[in-house]
Design a protein around this ligand. Structure first.
Ligand SMILES: [Fe+2]
Length: 312
Protein backbone atom coordinates (compact mmCIF):
# COMPACT_ATOMS: atom_id res chain seq x y z
CA UNK A 1 0.00 0.00 0.00
CA UNK A 2 1.18 3.52 -0.72
CA UNK A 3 1.58 5.47 2.52
CA UNK A 4 2.65 8.81 3.93
CA UNK A 5 6.25 7.68 3.53
CA UNK A 6 7.63 6.19 0.41
CA UNK A 7 8.31 2.48 0.78
CA UNK A 8 11.22 1.71 -1.53
CA UNK A 9 13.63 4.31 -0.15
CA UNK A 10 16.97 3.89 1.62
CA UNK A 11 16.49 6.10 4.68
CA UNK A 12 20.01 5.49 5.99
CA UNK A 13 21.46 7.91 3.43
CA UNK A 14 21.01 11.68 3.40
CA UNK A 15 18.42 12.50 0.69
CA UNK A 16 19.12 14.90 -2.14
CA UNK A 17 17.01 18.04 -2.21
CA UNK A 18 15.58 18.40 -5.75
CA UNK A 19 16.47 21.76 -7.28
CA UNK A 20 12.90 22.81 -7.99
CA UNK A 21 11.87 22.42 -4.32
CA UNK A 22 11.96 25.69 -2.42
CA UNK A 23 13.39 25.74 1.10
CA UNK A 24 14.82 28.48 3.25
CA UNK A 25 18.37 29.32 2.14
CA UNK A 26 20.60 28.30 5.05
CA UNK A 27 24.39 28.49 5.11
CA UNK A 28 26.10 25.60 6.82
CA UNK A 29 28.72 26.76 9.37
CA UNK A 30 32.23 25.69 8.29
CA UNK A 31 32.87 23.38 11.22
CA UNK A 32 29.85 21.15 10.50
CA UNK A 33 29.57 18.13 8.23
CA UNK A 34 26.66 17.30 5.93
CA UNK A 35 24.62 16.06 8.89
CA UNK A 36 24.70 19.60 10.37
CA UNK A 37 25.37 18.12 13.85
CA UNK A 38 27.56 19.88 16.38
CA UNK A 39 30.45 17.63 17.45
CA UNK A 40 29.21 18.01 21.01
CA UNK A 41 26.67 19.75 23.18
CA UNK A 42 27.50 23.23 24.46
CA UNK A 43 28.91 23.58 27.97
CA UNK A 44 26.40 25.98 29.50
CA UNK A 45 27.28 28.75 31.97
CA UNK A 46 25.61 28.86 35.41
CA UNK A 47 23.48 31.76 34.09
CA UNK A 48 22.32 29.64 31.15
CA UNK A 49 21.42 26.74 33.46
CA UNK A 50 19.50 29.24 35.62
CA UNK A 51 17.55 30.41 32.55
CA UNK A 52 16.51 26.79 31.88
CA UNK A 53 15.41 26.39 35.52
CA UNK A 54 13.32 29.56 35.42
CA UNK A 55 11.69 28.63 32.12
CA UNK A 56 10.99 25.16 33.49
CA UNK A 57 9.43 26.52 36.69
CA UNK A 58 7.29 28.99 34.73
CA UNK A 59 5.88 26.23 32.52
CA UNK A 60 5.14 24.01 35.50
CA UNK A 61 2.84 26.73 36.82
CA UNK A 62 0.59 26.42 33.77
CA UNK A 63 1.00 22.90 32.36
CA UNK A 64 -0.73 20.63 34.90
CA UNK A 65 -4.29 20.05 33.68
CA UNK A 66 -3.53 21.62 30.29
CA UNK A 67 -0.71 19.48 28.88
CA UNK A 68 -1.39 16.00 27.47
CA UNK A 69 -0.84 13.24 30.01
CA UNK A 70 1.74 11.64 27.67
CA UNK A 71 3.75 14.87 27.83
CA UNK A 72 3.62 15.14 31.63
CA UNK A 73 4.61 11.45 31.90
CA UNK A 74 7.52 12.08 29.50
CA UNK A 75 8.85 14.92 31.66
CA UNK A 76 8.89 12.53 34.61
CA UNK A 77 10.38 9.58 32.75
CA UNK A 78 13.30 11.68 31.52
CA UNK A 79 13.58 13.64 34.79
CA UNK A 80 13.85 16.89 32.85
CA UNK A 81 13.24 18.97 35.96
CA UNK A 82 16.27 17.79 37.87
CA UNK A 83 17.97 21.17 37.39
CA UNK A 84 19.86 22.86 34.55
CA UNK A 85 19.89 22.18 30.82
CA UNK A 86 19.69 18.38 30.44
CA UNK A 87 22.74 16.49 29.26
CA UNK A 88 21.91 15.12 25.80
CA UNK A 89 23.92 11.91 26.30
CA UNK A 90 22.08 10.93 29.50
CA UNK A 91 18.71 11.96 28.06
CA UNK A 92 19.39 10.01 24.85
CA UNK A 93 20.31 6.87 26.80
CA UNK A 94 17.02 7.08 28.72
CA UNK A 95 15.03 7.82 25.58
CA UNK A 96 16.72 5.03 23.64
CA UNK A 97 15.69 2.55 26.33
CA UNK A 98 12.07 3.74 26.05
CA UNK A 99 11.48 4.23 22.31
CA UNK A 100 14.83 3.99 20.48
CA UNK A 101 15.18 7.75 19.91
CA UNK A 102 18.16 10.01 20.63
CA UNK A 103 18.61 13.78 20.85
CA UNK A 104 21.42 15.35 18.80
CA UNK A 105 22.72 18.96 18.99
CA UNK A 106 22.45 21.37 16.04
CA UNK A 107 23.56 25.03 15.98
CA UNK A 108 20.46 26.52 14.33
CA UNK A 109 17.52 25.66 12.09
CA UNK A 110 18.70 23.01 9.66
CA UNK A 111 17.59 22.34 6.06
CA UNK A 112 14.41 20.32 5.61
CA UNK A 113 16.05 17.33 3.93
CA UNK A 114 18.63 17.00 6.75
CA UNK A 115 15.85 17.29 9.34
CA UNK A 116 13.84 14.55 7.58
CA UNK A 117 16.90 12.31 7.46
CA UNK A 118 17.52 12.58 11.22
CA UNK A 119 13.84 11.97 12.09
CA UNK A 120 13.67 8.97 9.74
CA UNK A 121 16.52 7.49 11.80
CA UNK A 122 14.94 8.35 15.16
CA UNK A 123 17.33 11.21 15.92
CA UNK A 124 15.79 14.45 17.14
CA UNK A 125 17.89 17.53 16.25
CA UNK A 126 17.76 20.03 19.12
CA UNK A 127 19.07 23.61 19.17
CA UNK A 128 22.25 23.70 21.22
CA UNK A 129 21.97 27.30 22.40
CA UNK A 130 19.61 28.76 25.00
CA UNK A 131 17.79 32.08 24.86
CA UNK A 132 19.00 35.09 26.86
CA UNK A 133 17.14 37.22 29.40
CA UNK A 134 16.38 39.69 26.58
CA UNK A 135 14.59 36.99 24.59
CA UNK A 136 13.23 35.13 27.63
CA UNK A 137 9.55 35.40 26.63
CA UNK A 138 9.73 34.79 22.91
CA UNK A 139 12.33 33.76 20.37
CA UNK A 140 11.66 32.80 16.78
CA UNK A 141 14.65 30.45 16.39
CA UNK A 142 14.05 27.21 18.34
CA UNK A 143 16.50 26.97 21.25
CA UNK A 144 17.30 24.09 23.59
CA UNK A 145 14.34 24.91 25.82
CA UNK A 146 11.80 24.77 23.01
CA UNK A 147 13.37 21.70 21.43
CA UNK A 148 14.11 19.65 24.54
CA UNK A 149 11.36 20.72 26.93
CA UNK A 150 8.75 21.12 24.19
CA UNK A 151 9.45 18.15 21.92
CA UNK A 152 11.44 15.46 23.69
CA UNK A 153 8.89 14.35 26.37
CA UNK A 154 6.45 13.34 23.59
CA UNK A 155 9.13 11.06 22.11
CA UNK A 156 8.71 8.81 25.16
CA UNK A 157 5.24 7.87 23.88
CA UNK A 158 5.70 4.83 21.60
CA UNK A 159 2.95 5.73 19.10
CA UNK A 160 3.92 9.39 18.87
CA UNK A 161 7.58 8.35 18.53
CA UNK A 162 6.64 6.15 15.55
CA UNK A 163 4.61 9.00 14.02
CA UNK A 164 7.66 11.30 14.20
CA UNK A 165 9.81 8.75 12.42
CA UNK A 166 7.16 8.27 9.72
CA UNK A 167 6.94 12.04 9.35
CA UNK A 168 10.68 12.12 8.63
CA UNK A 169 10.34 9.35 6.06
CA UNK A 170 7.44 11.24 4.49
CA UNK A 171 9.84 14.04 3.57
CA UNK A 172 11.31 11.99 0.71
CA UNK A 173 7.93 11.65 -0.95
CA UNK A 174 6.91 15.27 -0.32
CA UNK A 175 10.14 16.45 -1.95
CA UNK A 176 9.48 14.26 -4.97
CA UNK A 177 6.01 15.82 -5.38
CA UNK A 178 7.28 19.29 -4.41
CA UNK A 179 4.74 19.49 -1.59
CA UNK A 180 6.92 20.43 1.39
CA UNK A 181 4.59 23.30 2.28
CA UNK A 182 1.69 20.89 2.73
CA UNK A 183 3.78 18.48 4.79
CA UNK A 184 5.01 21.45 6.82
CA UNK A 185 1.40 22.37 7.65
CA UNK A 186 0.84 18.84 8.97
CA UNK A 187 3.89 19.22 11.26
CA UNK A 188 2.72 22.65 12.35
CA UNK A 189 -0.82 21.59 13.29
CA UNK A 190 0.24 18.36 15.01
CA UNK A 191 3.83 18.30 16.34
CA UNK A 192 3.96 22.04 17.10
CA UNK A 193 0.37 23.06 17.84
CA UNK A 194 -1.62 19.86 18.27
CA UNK A 195 -4.39 19.31 20.83
CA UNK A 196 -5.74 15.96 22.02
CA UNK A 197 -9.07 14.95 23.54
CA UNK A 198 -8.61 13.32 26.93
CA UNK A 199 -11.28 12.01 29.30
CA UNK A 200 -11.23 15.25 31.32
CA UNK A 201 -10.94 17.71 28.47
CA UNK A 202 -8.81 18.97 25.60
CA UNK A 203 -5.07 19.00 26.30
CA UNK A 204 -2.03 20.25 24.39
CA UNK A 205 0.68 17.97 23.00
CA UNK A 206 2.29 20.41 20.52
CA UNK A 207 5.73 21.74 21.45
CA UNK A 208 4.98 25.26 20.23
CA UNK A 209 2.17 25.43 22.77
CA UNK A 210 3.91 23.66 25.63
CA UNK A 211 7.18 25.60 25.60
CA UNK A 212 5.63 29.03 26.25
CA UNK A 213 3.39 30.37 29.03
CA UNK A 214 0.73 32.22 27.02
CA UNK A 215 -0.34 29.77 24.36
CA UNK A 216 -0.83 26.90 26.82
CA UNK A 217 -3.70 28.81 28.42
CA UNK A 218 -4.95 30.35 25.16
CA UNK A 219 -5.03 27.05 23.24
CA UNK A 220 -7.01 25.25 25.91
CA UNK A 221 -9.25 28.00 27.31
CA UNK A 222 -9.54 31.14 25.14
CA UNK A 223 -12.72 31.89 23.17
CA UNK A 224 -10.88 33.32 20.13
CA UNK A 225 -9.48 30.23 18.38
CA UNK A 226 -11.35 27.54 16.47
CA UNK A 227 -10.89 23.97 17.70
CA UNK A 228 -11.56 21.47 14.93
CA UNK A 229 -11.09 17.71 14.76
CA UNK A 230 -8.00 16.83 12.71
CA UNK A 231 -8.62 15.95 9.07
CA UNK A 232 -5.32 15.45 7.29
CA UNK A 233 -6.46 16.55 3.81
CA UNK A 234 -7.90 19.72 5.24
CA UNK A 235 -4.89 20.52 7.43
CA UNK A 236 -2.45 20.09 4.57
CA UNK A 237 -4.38 22.74 2.62
CA UNK A 238 -4.34 25.24 5.50
CA UNK A 239 -2.01 28.22 5.88
CA UNK A 240 -0.36 28.88 9.23
CA UNK A 241 1.02 31.82 11.18
CA UNK A 242 4.51 31.47 12.64
CA UNK A 243 4.88 34.49 14.87
CA UNK A 244 1.60 34.74 16.76
CA UNK A 245 -0.98 32.65 18.61
CA UNK A 246 -2.88 30.29 16.32
CA UNK A 247 -6.38 31.22 15.06
CA UNK A 248 -7.19 27.50 14.71
CA UNK A 249 -6.12 24.32 16.50
CA UNK A 250 -6.72 20.79 15.26
CA UNK A 251 -7.66 18.12 17.78
CA UNK A 252 -6.93 14.38 17.69
CA UNK A 253 -8.80 11.59 19.47
CA UNK A 254 -5.60 9.72 20.33
CA UNK A 255 -2.07 9.22 19.05
CA UNK A 256 -3.23 5.97 17.45
CA UNK A 257 -5.82 8.03 15.56
CA UNK A 258 -3.11 10.48 14.43
CA UNK A 259 -0.94 7.59 13.26
CA UNK A 260 -3.82 5.95 11.39
CA UNK A 261 -4.94 9.16 9.70
CA UNK A 262 -1.49 10.02 8.45
CA UNK A 263 0.68 6.97 8.06
CA UNK A 264 -1.96 4.56 6.86
CA UNK A 265 -3.27 6.44 3.87
CA UNK A 266 -2.50 7.07 0.23
CA UNK A 267 -0.33 10.18 0.08
CA UNK A 268 0.54 9.72 -3.58
CA UNK A 269 -3.07 10.40 -4.39
CA UNK A 270 -3.28 13.28 -1.93
CA UNK A 271 -0.13 14.98 -3.28
CA UNK A 272 -1.36 14.64 -6.86
CA UNK A 273 -4.56 16.48 -5.85
CA UNK A 274 -3.01 19.16 -3.64
CA UNK A 275 -2.44 22.57 -5.22
CA UNK A 276 1.03 24.10 -4.64
CA UNK A 277 -0.40 26.97 -2.55
CA UNK A 278 -2.63 26.74 0.53
CA UNK A 279 -6.39 26.84 -0.09
CA UNK A 280 -7.69 27.85 3.35
CA UNK A 281 -6.82 30.81 5.54
CA UNK A 282 -5.68 29.86 9.04
CA UNK A 283 -8.85 31.26 10.62
CA UNK A 284 -11.33 29.62 8.19
CA UNK A 285 -14.05 27.17 9.17
CA UNK A 286 -15.21 25.10 6.19
CA UNK A 287 -18.10 22.75 5.39
CA UNK A 288 -16.28 19.49 6.03
CA UNK A 289 -15.03 20.56 9.48
CA UNK A 290 -16.02 18.67 12.59
CA UNK A 291 -15.97 21.77 14.81
CA UNK A 292 -15.60 21.44 18.57
CA UNK A 293 -15.61 25.18 19.23
CA UNK A 294 -16.04 27.88 16.68
CA UNK A 295 -13.78 30.71 17.83
CA UNK A 296 -14.79 34.36 18.09
CA UNK A 297 -11.37 35.32 16.55
CA UNK A 298 -11.48 38.37 18.80
CA UNK A 299 -7.72 38.24 19.39
CA UNK A 300 -6.98 38.15 15.65
CA UNK A 301 -9.60 40.83 14.84
CA UNK A 302 -8.06 43.16 17.43
CA UNK A 303 -4.74 42.88 15.63
CA UNK A 304 -2.93 40.04 17.39
CA UNK A 305 0.48 40.27 19.00
CA UNK A 306 1.66 43.52 17.36
CA UNK A 307 -1.35 45.45 18.65
CA UNK A 308 -1.05 44.27 22.24
CA UNK A 309 -4.45 42.50 22.02
CA UNK A 310 -5.25 40.33 25.02
CA UNK A 311 -5.16 36.58 24.27
CA UNK A 312 -8.83 35.97 25.08
FE1 LIG B 1 9.56 22.90 17.36
Amino acid sequence: MATLATTEQDFSRLPEMPEEVFTAPLRRPDHLGEDWLEPKQTVYTPEEHAIWDELFARQMEVLPGRAASAFMAGLEKLDLGKGGVPDFATMSADLDALTGWSVVPVPMLIPDHVFFWHLANRRFPAGNFIRTRETFDYIQEPDVFHDVFGHVPMLTDPTFADYMQEYGKAGWKAMRYNRLKALGALYWYTVEFGLIQEADGIKAYGAGILSGPTEVVYASEAKSPNRIMLNVDRVMRTDYVISDLQPTYFVIESFEDLYRQTVERDFDRLYRNLPPAFTYANSAVIDVDNVLNRGTQEYLLRGGRGSGARPV
